[in-house]
Design a binder for this molecule. Structure first.
Ligand code: UD1
Length: 426
């Protein structure tokens, strides 16, 4: 297992190119199965989760060629014959559950492992299943697997209201509905950019979807979809992560390139209240960190509200802000595993229900820390870069799942991060 050894404190100065989004790429990859012929996706990040999903697709018989030097992925579903997503792969990555909607939608049959628990508490899939049932799927759950089929080999149009709004359920239902017979309506659909990008890709392939970007999607099923070439979105969470990281050191001055600044939603506005100077174009953001950071409380919301995937990073920055602030997560109540680890570095944070209460600014000093999920892990790296002395961040395999070439990107702008072998016993 690898770990990071990080020397602090280091300001970040220079340019960081933003990679393609992992969370936006995975639905596109599942959608490729719906096509009659090969599809090509560009701006796909070289991340563990992408490699895992490539293997999930290959199990079905799809041909998957990842041209890593150009971040381009070609998926040819012509020879798909094994309609299953096995536990061994699904347990590594929840989004493999998108295979349910894709296989059912195209082939009328699927056997997909239930994803199981998650590092930050239960993450149900009831809405995915109810949604596909509303499209006529017959579903039973046995021995940890979802067995699904359709009476006539094809799903039929249906109406579904999601409560709460769910990105994953919206994706799975869309994947099922685009080739269904008749019209489907998804109410309270997720409006996240990842869903918008999936809709745009499906439309390119020949799907008929109305209401893209709104909370009500109307899908007229079509007979078949054709191969297409599509560019994956830049990672808005990576963009937000490096904006926050840079803001934590008063001498930081960075420019982020290859972004899509229109997809930042409320985060952009909120961030502008705590930063120094900021300049923005459609695809770049330049930030000059402030002399001192004001305390600023946030609550996570569905898009365009403050994303749950940036709350741990925000709380980390708030340890360096002047005064008391709170970070409340309304999407995932338990997503606070980073608190005891930040405390080890010197932060003053209390945890009550779904809220972190942070009192700053407290000086951070190097220590060994570890975490159980992706966004918590990146927060520990950020804290270590702002801490005096040497820190070790263990279990960085979480980071390899979601941040492309992280240490190379950060070291290029002044961080001092070394990857080393960890003697930790698991
Ligand atoms: C996706 C993202 C994840 C992000 C989350 C919220 C991917 C691969 N992951 O996860 O990084 O943190 O969106 O923006 O894109 N829910 C139900 N029943 C269901 C499904 C969800 O009750 O069947 C609830 C969840 O418990 C949660 C809320 O709906 O409280 C939103 O979850 P959802 O949008 O589905 O998250 P994911 O798609 O799993």
């Amino acid at each position: 297992m690898d770990k990071f050894i990080i020397e602090g404190k280091t300001p970040l100065q220079g340019t960081i190119p933003i990679s393609g989004s992992k969370n936006a790429a995975l639905p596109l990859m599942a959608a490729a199965l719906l096509s009659e012929n090969a599809v090509t996706l560009s701006n796909i990040p070289r991340l563990k989760d992408i490699f895992t999903f490539n293997n999930v697709l290959r199990v079905t018989g799809a041909r998957v060629d990842f041209h890593e030097n150009t971040n381009t992925l070609t998926i040819d579903p012509t020879n798909v014959h094994f309609l299953e997503a096995p536990y061994d792969l699904v347990r590594k990555m929840r989004a493999s559950f998108y295979m349910l909607g894709a296989l059912l939608g195209k082939y009328g049959e699927a056997k997909v492992s239930l994803p199981g628990g998650c590092a930050w508490g239960p993450r149900p899939v009831d809405l995915h299943i109810e949604g596909l049932k509303a499209l006529g799927a017959k579903i039973r759950i046995e021995n940890g697997y979802v067995y699904a089929n359709t009476p006539n080999g094809r799903l039929i149009g249906g109406n579904i209201t999601l409560n709460p709004s769910s990105v994953g359920a919206t994706v799975n239902i869309l994947l099922g509905a685009v080739l269904a017979k008749g019209t489907s309506v998804i109410k309270n659909a997720a409006m996240e950019p990842d869903v918008v990008s999936l809709c745009n890709f499906l439309i390119e392939m020949g799907a008929e979807i109305k209401g893209v970007g709104t909370s009500e999607l109307t899908i007229n099923g079509v007979k078949e979809l054709r191969g297409s070439t599509f560019r994956n979105s830049p990672d808005r969470i990576e963009t937000g992560t490096w904006m926050i990281a840079a803001n934590m050191h008063p001498e930081s001055k960075i420019k982020l390139t290859n972004c899509n600044t229109k997809e930042l939603g409320m985060f952009y506005k909120i961030f502008s209240s705590v930063t120094g100077e900021m300049e923005i174009t459609d695809d770049t953001i330049s930030i000059q960190a402030p002399e001192s950071i004001p305390a600023y409380s946030i609550t996570t919301e569905i898009y365009p509200g403050f994303p749950t995937d940036l709350q741990a990073q925000w709380a980390t920055m708030m340890t360096q802000a002047d005064g008391k602030s709170t970070v409340t997560d309304t999407i995932y109540n338990d997503r606070f595993s980073y608190i005891p680890e930040l405390t080890r570095l010197g932060a003053n944070i209390e945890f009550k229900q779904n809220r972190a209460i942070i009192r700053g600014a407290t000086p951070l000093t190097g220590a060994s820390v570890m975490s159980t999920d992706l966004r918590a892990s990146v927060s520990l790296v950020m804290a270590a870069m702002a801490a005096e002395g040497q820190s070790e961040v263990l279990r960085i395999y979480h980071l390899d799942r979601g941040y492309e070439q992280m240490e190379q990107k950060l070291n290029a702008v002044g961080a001092r991060i070394t990857r080393a072998l960890s003697e930790e016993n698991y």
